[in-house]
Design a protein around this ligand. Structure first.
Ligand code: Z2T
Length: 829
């Protein structure tokens, strides 16, 4: 009875003795407790790795407390929830971030000191969680941090890949991929929920059955896989709120294929079950296309089905009428990867909840929002109808029905314009009939978000022009952002202290707009001196790392010039390398006196190439070939170094970004949807050398074009330049550099020919040749500014001061208010 339960609860509470304590002594006790009982090591002998694990477990306990309270509170207040659906999250490391967001960094540092350990050393023990490819995935992670910090009642959903993004190793200048089995040593940041499981079904057939005189469709699936939840607590900063990132792993179902058993083939049916577990095995490493891959489709549906079952179950616990769904639930599609959600929720409402098609549709078209991260139509995701039909036969029918309703509605509005109708159709006819996932997402979402102003304009005028003309009000943009907690507080502690000192407050950690306050101090010489010292310290950390990774010694007086991001032709790492070759060539042809005036440079390039992307791999090889030549040329010395940083990931970024003087964001205008790396550099007082593409256009609005080095064709000019083709003007220097590579100046002559072909006059789609002249001018301007340290430091300070608008807190607030219509819900302490 009630009395009994109450007595039990009271007793439990008195046993738990309230919350865990955070004074250094209690922290030490907890760490030692985990050494002995979680790690099962003697408390008198444990190494750094075991100390890290024990430390992590003590942090985990504190996260769990807040996680529980937050979710009880969300439930109690019945506030509308956001479900952020993404197939990729690049979380990186969790230790420092958690301790900082929990607000117990100093206490932990002291506790560890007394035990004879150093926090920073133990933090280095942690491996990255790399469950994503690049910008899109790191942006998801930044958004989770902001959602928690701003107290939004949000959940993230994703997949728990056993192998994250491959590790890049370089052998003889070539990229090789190694598996990232990141769970090898256990993962203290996740909580396995063995009882939170759902069955996910595949294949089979659809049958029509008679239900109370009505014909209804029933899916008779052929295969069942079980999804198990793994919860990853995401703590907010300066709040008790700790939200959840729920990742699904596949386990073979307990339901057996009875046929197999009856035929007596026990061993084989066990072995076959291993294939079902494979669904969550590995992240696809191509950052743009996985078209027509069966396993990818399985992953998508597995993820979608488990997440929606979980979401609907939670909804039904508190509500009994599906009409309330749009007031209670916002579903966000992070790109088209989770877009099967649309068909799945229709299937649940129509086939399982028997709502009837039009009632279900009226609910469904009010709950989805969609962010697209791509520019070019060719990059949009398509799923072959045959593949979908055999894996998910009922979903294919639903998609056809959605499409035929849409086509009917469209005909009423635009008439029988068959070209336009076929362009807008969710189904693409042609050699391979397929589902256009972007069209599906646009038709079924109330809002279509671009990730920057220019990106949004491209969507409206090109990529989704037809849809924009039909539904202009659906199209919005919300410029991306990054979290200053990770990209300043965690990764640049000395800058963090300096900012708080001069701004007189730590409030900028929750309100990045306050960074504009730095403008008041640019003329203060002691501020500028301290600023310079911070940069120098970070350059020192980076230089040490470079020396251990590559053996190259670099001078701290040189300008550290960085380009780190995925390798892509459109991002134009090749333009950077050609610029470096040109610089080298100039140095070689200079007399000794002139050389003395040259600003020394350390060029740093890092990034992964998709394993099947040959040209990208050749760019990596060329970088190494040039580095080999330049770095070993005694003539050149410290005037020019080129370093390739292998295995670029979140934790490497945390080290590299604070140490950069200059960073390059040099995509051909119109190709980078937003770009978020630039925002991280900006926050860290690094100057930008950039094209007017993606978010850079908005950075210029905040920073003024005098405080960065801008070059290259503008978005509006690109099409015309391309049309010129062979008649394009290309500077002589470009032709010369190209010749050097073709002639084998850096070795591997044959290997580099096809790479050179991609930028040959007439074939130079990304316009390296036509932008080369203004690129060199921008580089010269950077050199000139660098020799005036006062000017440079001012620009550096102004960069950080302009970065507030690019906090993901601003991004999330815009989404919450405009798109998701959710309110903050702060759990009381
Ligand atoms: C990705 O990281 C991005 C776009 C993609 O298109 C796929 C991946 Cl994996 C499908 C990037 C954009 O290239 C970048 O401009 C943007 O800042 C980022 O997504 C986040 O929106």
């Amino acid at each position: 009875g009630f009395g009994e339960r109450k007595a039990k609860a009271e007793r439990m509470f008195s046993l738990m003795d309230g919350f865990l304590k955070n004074d250094p002594f209690s922290l030490q006790k907890d760490i030692l407790h985990h050494v002995e009982y979680t790690m099962a090591r003697s408390r008198f002998s444990f190494d750094d790795y075991e100390a890290y694990q024990a430390l992590a477990h003590s942090v985990r306990d504190r996260l769990i407390e807040r996680w529980h309270d937050t979710h009880i509170y969300f439930k109690k207040t019945k506030s509308k929830r956001l479900y952020f659906l993404s197939l990729e999250f690049l979380m990186g490391r969790s230790l420092s971030n958690s301790v900082i967001n929990l607000g117990i960094q100093d206490q932990y540092a002291e506790a560890l000191n007394q035990l004879g350990f150093e926090f920073e050393v133990l933090a280095e023990q942690e491996g990255d969680a790399s469950l994503g490819n690049g910008g899109l995935a790191r942006f998801s992670a930044c958004q989770m941090d902001s959602l928690a910090t701003l107290d939004y009642p949000a959940w993230g959903y994703g997949l728990r890949y056993e192998y994250g993004l491959f590790r890049q190793i370089i052998v003889d200048g070539f990229q090789h991929e190694q598996p990232d089995y990141w769970l090898n040593f256990g993962n203290p940041w996740e909580i396995e929920r063995i009882h939170v499981t759902y069955e996910v079904k595949f294949n089979g057939t659809v049958e029509e059955v008679d239900m109370n005189g009505e014909k209804v469709k029933v899916w008779i699936p052929g295969e069942t896989v079980e999804a198990v939840a793994y919860d990853n607590p995401i703590p907010g900063y300066g709040t008790k709120n700790t939200i959840n990132l729920r990742l699904w792993a596949a386990k073979p179902s307990n339901q057996f294929d009875l046929e197999a058993y009856n035929t007596g083939d026990y061993i084989n049916s066990i072995v076959n079950r291993q294939n079902t577990e494979a669904i969550s095995n590995v992240l696809y490493p191509d950052d743009r296309s996985h078209q027509g891959k069966e396993m990818r489709l399985k992953q998508q549906y597995f993820f979608v089905s488990a997440s929606l079952q979980d979401i609907i179950r939670r909804f039904k616990e508190a509500h009994n009428n599906f009409d309330e769904l749009p007031e209670q639930v916002a579903l966000h599609l992070n790109d088209t990867h989770p877009s099967l959600s649309i068909a799945e929720i229709m299937r649940i409402l129509v086939d399982e909840e028997h709502l009837g098609w039009s009632k279900a549709w009226n609910i469904v078209n009010k709950i989805f929002s969609f962010t697209t991260h791509t520019v070019v139509a060719e990059g949009l995701e398509k799923i072959p109808v045959d593949l979908l039909g055999s894996l998910l036969p009922r979903h294919l029918q639903i998609l056809y029905e959605i499409n035929s309703n849409f086509m009917e509605e469209l005909k009423k509005k635009i008439g029988l314009d068959y070209n336009r109708l076929s362009r807008m159709s969710i189904i693409e006819e042609g050699a391979v009939k397929s589902i256009r996932m972007a069209n599906l997402s646009i038709v079924c979402s109330h809002t279509v978000n671009g990730v920057s102003k220019v990106h949004s304009n491209t969507l409206k005028t090109k990529t989704f022009k037809d849809f924009y003309e039909l539904w202009p009000e659906k199209f919005q943009y919300t410029t991306n952002g990054v979290t200053q907690r990770r990209w300043i507080v965690v990764s640049n502690p000395s800058l963090c202290a300096l900012l708080s000192k001069w701004l007189g407050t730590e409030a900028w950690i929750r309100n990045a707009d306050l960074l504009t306050g730095l403008r008041d101090h640019v003329d203060n010489t002691s501020f500028r001196h301290e600023w310079k010292m911070v940069k120098r310290l970070n350059k020192m950390r980076l230089a040490e790392y470079i020396e251990t990774m590559s053996g190259v010694k670099v001078s701290l007086d040189a300008m550290f010039d960085v380009q780190v991001k995925r390798i892509h032709e459109y991002k134009r790492q090749l333009l950077n390398i050609f610029g470096i070759i040109h610089r080298y060539d100039c140095l070689k042809n200079m007399d000794k006196n002139d050389r003395r005036k040259v600003v020394p440079r350390v060029c740093i390039i890092g990034g992964k190439a998709a394993p099947g992307y040959e040209i990208a791999k050749k760019i990596i090889k060329l970088c190494h070939a040039v580095a080999e030549k330049v770095n070993n040329d005694a003539d050149i010395g410290d005037l020019l170094k080129l370093v390739f940083i292998p295995d670029y990931n979140v934790s490497v970024a945390e080290l590299v970004i604070p140490g950069a003087d200059l960073s390059q964001h040099i995509s051909t205008a119109g190709h980078e949807a937003s770009g978020t790396g630039s925002m991280k550099f900006l926050m860290n007082g690094c100057l930008l050398l950039a094209t007017a593409d993606g978010s850079t256009v908005e950075i210029i609005e905040e920073l003024g074009s005098d405080n960065l080095f801008l070059f290259g064709a503008k978005v509006e000019e690109v099409a015309e330049l391309r049309e010129k083709g062979g008649a394009l003007k290309v500077p002589l220097q470009f032709a010369r550099v190209l010749r050097m590579v073709r002639d084998g100046y850096f070795g591997d002559k044959d290997y580099f020919q096809s790479l050179c072909d991609t930028v040959e006059v007439g074939n130079d789609f990304y316009l390296l040749g036509s932008d080369f002249g203004s690129y060199l001018e921008a580089q010269a301007a950077a050199d000139k500014a660098f020799v005036e340290p006062d000017k440079w430091i001012k620009m550096s300070i102004l960069s950080a001061a302009a970065s507030g608008r690019f906090s993901s807190d601003r991004t999330i607030r815009e989404y919450a208010e405009r798109t998701w219509k959710i309110d903050p819900c702060q759990c009381p302490f």
